[in-house]
Write a protein that binds this ligand. Sequence first.
Ligand code: ADP
Ligand code: TRP
Length: 331
Amino acid sequence: METVVSGIRSTGRLHLGNYFGALKNFITMQQENRCYFFIADYHALTTHPDPKALSASVRSVLAEYLACGIDPNTATIYRQSDLVETFELYLALNMQAYLGELMKTTSFKDKARKQPENVNAGLLTYPVLMAADILIHKAHKVPVGKDQEQHLEMTRTFARRFNHFHGMDVFPEPVAYNFGKQLVKVPGLDGSGKMGKSEGENNAIYLADAPEVTRKKIMRALTDQGPTEPNSKPPVFIQNLFTLLGLVSTPDVVKHYKKTYADCSIRYGDLKKQLAEDTLAFIAPIRERIVDIENDTALINRVLKDGAEKARESSSKTLQEVRDLWGFKPF
Ligand code: ADP
Ligand code: TRP
């Protein structure tokens, strides 16, 4: 069995794009691998967030993951700040991470440009902390998007350097885990590219949105006058609605609307109503669980406590090995 580590940023709410693009795969992954899913709250400190907002966000990310089906009895779910072993490994790895390579990292250069008033050392060593998150469990696979590939490459460099220095294969070199053919791009409601947090309020359908909000967003989605020629190719914004329908409705429903599009009898009002109702039916059980879990402080605390304990079994072993190799042991 292989080990998987995934760091989740504690920003924003989950939308359908996150669900179909990432979460659904995580749920399958947890059955087949030893999975560690953690909430990267220390990484969030690089931008000096409001502590209350940060804490609320950790709580909601956790609730949404659990509500979607990440099972704390199968996977290990914890908060980064609870696993202090990570930070000792981070310090150790920092001794073999060089200023030149850290300054060349794309994410550092981006951030330094975006927040020139706050170019802190945490930003510079962000990839080292990420490497510590991954190496502390000796992960083989890391499910990440394209934007994290460079960080993962640096993790491999730090792992190799450590192994080479000590002449021991302590850390595996972790590879990015891509979901291959299952990869879907969930379109947004504004007719353009993908569903995302940063593409405007009405573009994304959030799992925690109230039903009225979801309904309104879908009914407002961009459409046109309808097809005038039989069997014509739908424009992108109509195709997007079909794609969304394909995710939440039955194949028969999709077939029906494709057929009515092809013979020009389609009524977009009906299509959107159907999409809204099927989306709501899909989201409803998840949303109910989100609300229940978010309000259940005892459950949240228990999941975090158990998760940190489970994570510690692997992190303390790794740290012990690292300390021994550096000679931090009784004389
Ligand atoms: P956002 O684009 O809303 O900021 P993130 O960049 O935080 O979302 O993405 C978190 C995860 O969700 C990533 O694995 C990403 O690939 C996936 N994801 C986000 N939006 C979509 C989408 N529209 N379709 C498919 N996957 C998505
Ligand atoms: N840097 C990642 C992101 O921005 C989050 C992250 C932190 C992470 N530590 C990690 C991802 C370890 C995977 C493994 O999305």
